[in-house]
Design a protein around this ligand. Sequence first.
Ligand code: ATP
Ligand code: MG
Length: 527
Amino acid sequence: MKFTYSSGQRPLDGYTIKRGVGRGGFGEVYYGLSDGGKEVALKLVRSNLDIELRGISQCLNFKHLNLVNLYDLRTDRQGDYWVVMEYVAGDTLNTILNRHPQGLAPELARQWFAGLAAAVGYLHDHGIVHRDLKPANIFIENGVVKVGDYGLAKFMSDSQRTAQTQSVGTVHYMAPEISTGNYNKQIDIYAAGILLYEMLTGRVPFEGESVGEILMKHLTAPPDLSKLPFEFVPIVSKALSKNPAHRYRTMAEMARDVAALNGQEAPRAAPARPAAPAPAVPTAEPIPTVLAVVIPVRKRVSELCGAMALSALLAALLCILWAAVALRPTNDLREIGRYFLLTVTACWAVLVPAKLWTVRMEDSWRRRLVMMCLGVTIGLEALWLEGHQLSSLFGAEASAAEAAGVGEAAVEGAPQVLRPRWSIAGLFRDGPDLPVAACYLSYFGLAFFALRWWKMADRRRPQRFSLYSVLAAGVCGYVLVLLHLLPRASAPSGVGALVMAAAIVQLVSPWEEPPPPRSRRLRLRYA
Ligand code: ATP
Ligand code: MG
């Protein structure tokens, strides 16, 4: 990025530029040092001069821990305007959300929202509407939220609420009434509702290809609240009311409801000076991204049933295709049946927990262990399908007489009935099938442990269908076969079932297209 000034230059008396930080809609921002050694951010204001400066001069003496402090408004020798302000070393919320596209943990969102609401409430109490609340203007420094760029703010009095006021802000956060030009601080409450939604889900509620499309959604479309943790639904719904009269009356009211979700009381009014700090939250990475994706149970169950039925259908088709292409002509229908059953069970073993396990756990060991147990169960099924006597695994003893309950010796020719002794000791007893059984169980157990199968059924996976996942399943199965965890004869069905399951699970699982890159969408500006 090319900046007007470079390190060491002193366009403004008393300050030395150290480096350019970034450029926004209103000018360039530099990191600099005062002659006394104080770190400052210097914003060279290039365009929209009236709006920027009018707002800033009214805010110069504001003091609040959750606001980026403004130190001065100066002009340089060329007559350019500079805003001298606190340099915030932390990340913007935009950067943090880019790192966590699935959203933040509700607890973290709640805490950061408290800081945001305290700052905006303070502005409102001083007659200022922010008008450009968005993640790029919210910083997190040492766990403290700092709201910046209230340069667009406009002094509010009833007489000033006219259509003359230019609409400036970023379209994704823009309340519907802004287009009428007749608005008040309720637009910040709307934007705060969008920000809360975005912190919790990683995306804004109204997306679109053009400014017009997004604005139209703000005006007419209801937000999809099913993506929110359910306890936040009434709060966000109220904040995003199309009619400003139905929104929260004040930021403090909204903050109270958000804080009450945690059983904690939010401040009744925005803190006066000296400002009360927002709860300190460590920003050390990684931020936990435990996000409850709340989809109504009924919808989840119906989706699951549909996916299970569809997976059975696809498995049947693929198995027939496989049999036609790969099986020897001597192979009979039973072999196809084995492929089919193994594939369907593998699909269901992925689909059921993926649908019913609602809390997002990225690389959770718990989740891997559950998948491993399911894999072991599939190993048992594979054993059974291959004609092995499972009972021998559990130390079963066959006795027709015992089964008949007469206590006599076995009668020759009588059908053998197996009576399993269900014991761990029995599991490890030396039996003829035990090594084979151990291999089968390990094969499927490890295959289900090694891969993140639940990601293939995740509705927010990056792609609808990833060939990479299918290949990974195949490679994983093949490596386990090379480790002699499956007899050569069973290798095709073992590996085939994994590959087909990986493909089918992705095909039958619902998918939501990810939001457009944040950098692209923030360029959409409405003025
Ligand atoms: P907008 O013009 O709508 O505010 P923006 O926030 O992307 O868009 P600027 O506010 O000009 O643009 O900021 C440009 C860059 O400078 C951003 O990367 C921002 O994080 C950084 N920045 C702005 N103010 C400060 C500050 N006080 N301390 C540290 N970095 C800052
Ligand atoms: Mg900014």
